[in-house]
Ligand binder design. Structure first.
Ligand code: PHE
Length: 379
């Protein structure tokens, strides 16, 4: 009796394991998870990235899917909060059984979600997080963009060679890992290039009054101000800088990129300012122009850097799954690591030893509220 009982228990357990093994990835479907800020103050980040990824999935399915299955996306909103990012990544892996995760855009939230992917051995690809610590979390964590030490080199070259400035002040967001990291890398690079950082001031995302910091900066007479923050604060900072009589150019990194950056009075305040980012929509490359056309047809708006990068994150994942010929996470991870010269819409993607993509950056100039291509800086 005892034997029989344990016997059937074993069979039951075995069939349960088999069932869950088959079900992993969704049976006839391949389940992919995504987390992003679909609501909250950084909602454009989440919306742009999910739109890009959905376009990649739709095209993949129209072309017959992957390994004879359709790809299905499950997206959760993390509301722009790192703690919520952890909750939804856990849900994607434990409840939904996704085979891979795409996200996040913001480095602070990628740093919250990535350890959960790593612990569960589920490959994660961040489309746009540039802080180096993100992929350092482990061998299951990848990105399709460059990292901030490179972005700092790009901004240094631009400041020294194009803006021709030597005395720069920094205004950074201390609540944001991307911002503090980029500030630190820029300071190091700029000093190494013979520049001087004459003042460093801080704010916290969501602040509304920057006058004290800007006044302190103004008293030091900088030739330009570096603001490594998100578009959500940069507009207001620029308006207040002009109000207190700061006329020098402001410049920043990819976090500036959103069409919301130049809304209202920020349009004039940011005239003649610059930021580095991943793509220029003016790039005549047919891959870029074709993507813009498809994106506009589907969503009735222009794609931004995150839309491009998330589309590419989807593409390199599908490519890795195809080469793996399997939905086993370890095999997919190994193939992701082998990605070489993959032709994406953001250029050629090669994943290096640290699971980062080596790519050029572009500098855009703000003119009449538009982002105009200025130059490309190679790695
Ligand atoms: N690089 C930013 C980060 O790591 C996110 C970002 C990417 C923002 C692209 C705008 C455009 O937090």
């Amino acid at each position: 009796m005892k034997k029989l009982f344990f016997g059937s228990l074993t069979i039951l357990a075995a069939s349960f394991i088999m069932f869950s093994a088959c079900n992993k990835g969704g049976g006839n479907e391949i389940l992919i998870g995504e987390y992003g800020s679909l609501t909250g103050s950084e909602a454009t980040f989440g919306i742009s990235s999910t739109n890009g990824l959905k376009l990649a999935i739709e095209e993949c399915n129209n072309n017959g899917g992957l390994l004879n299955k359709k790809v299905k996306l499950i997206t959760y909103d993390d509301q722009g909060k790192p703690s919520e990012a952890q909750t939804v990544v856990q849900r994607l892996i434990k409840n939904d059984n996704v085979i891979a995760v795409i996200g996040e855009v913001a480095s602070s939230r990628s740093k919250a979600g990535a350890p959960i992917c790593q612990q569960n051995k589920i490959p994660m690809i961040s489309p746009a997080s540039t802080n180096p610590e993100v992929t350092a979390i482990g061998d299951y964590v990848f990105r399709v963009c460059f990292i901030d030490p490179f972005q700092a080199t790009v901004l240094t070259k631009f400041a020294v060679n194009s803006l021709k400035v030597k005395r720069v002040a920094i205004l950074k967001d201390v609540k944001n890992a991307y911002s503090t990291g980029l500030a630190e890398f820029f300071e190091k690079e700029f000093k190494a290039a013979g520049g001087e950082i004459i003042e460093v001031q801080s704010y916290s995302a969501g602040d509304k009054d920057f006058k004290a910091q800007l006044t302190a900066i103004k008293s030091k007479n900088p030739e330009a101000i570096f603001i490594p923050g998100y578009y959500t604060d940069v507009g207001l900072i620029a308006i207040q800088a002009r109000e207190i009589g700061i006329t020098v150019p402001l410049f920043g990194g990819d976090g500036w990129e959103s069409e919301k950056l130049t809304e209202g009075k920020a349009k004039d305040a940011l005239e003649g300012c610059y930021f580095s980012t991943h793509v220029s929509t003016e790039n005549p490359d047919p891959a870029v122009q074709n993507f813009i056309k498809k994106y506009k047809e589907k969503y009735n708006m222009m794609p931004d850097a995150m839309s491009f990068l998330s589309y590419d994150a989807g593409l390199i994942l599908f490519d890795a799954i195809k080469r793996a010929g399997s939905l086993e996470s370890e095999k997919i991870k190994n193939e992701l690591a082998r990605t070489k010269d993959f032709a994406g819409v953001t250029g050629k993607i090669s994943i290096n030893e640290q699971r980062n993509a080596i790519k050029p950056a572009v500098i855009l100039e703000i003119k009449g509220g538009q982002f105009k291509y200025k130059e490309t800086i190679q790695p």
